[in-house]
Design a protein around this ligand. Structure first.
Ligand SMILES: [Zn+2]
Length: 94
């Protein structure tokens, strides 16, 4: 048997689980930030009008990059949830 007390093992397991969740969340966040803008997306997929690159759906949904009201939007497919491209608002003067 291990000499590490059971409560310590339990706490370590909890921390490890949190770390896994955080890492997954962070990976998704990086994936969103690495998305091309609309022009880059159209160019990469040789499209004139944006369609989902995975299922050809033309219905999209958008969400804020870091929170719901974030002006930087992430556009994803409404049908299969594939992340497609990002939309950055023009810089606001002032
Ligand atoms: Zn799709």
């Amino acid at each position: 048997m291990s000499s590490v007390p059971l409560p310590i093992l339990f706490i370590m397991a909890v921390f490890f689980t949190f770390w896994l969740i955080l890492r997954k969340f962070h990976r998704l966040e990086q994936k969103k930030r690495a998305l091309p803008d609309l022009a880059g997306y159209l160019d990469a997929n040789k499209q004139a009008e944006a369609r989902c690159s995975a299922c050809d759906c033309t219905e999209f949904k958008d969400e804020g990059l870091s929170h719901g009201k974030d002006a930087r939007r992430i556009i994803s497919c409404a049908r299969c949830n594939t992340l497609l491209y990002r939309f950055d608002p023009p810089e606001q003067p002032g």
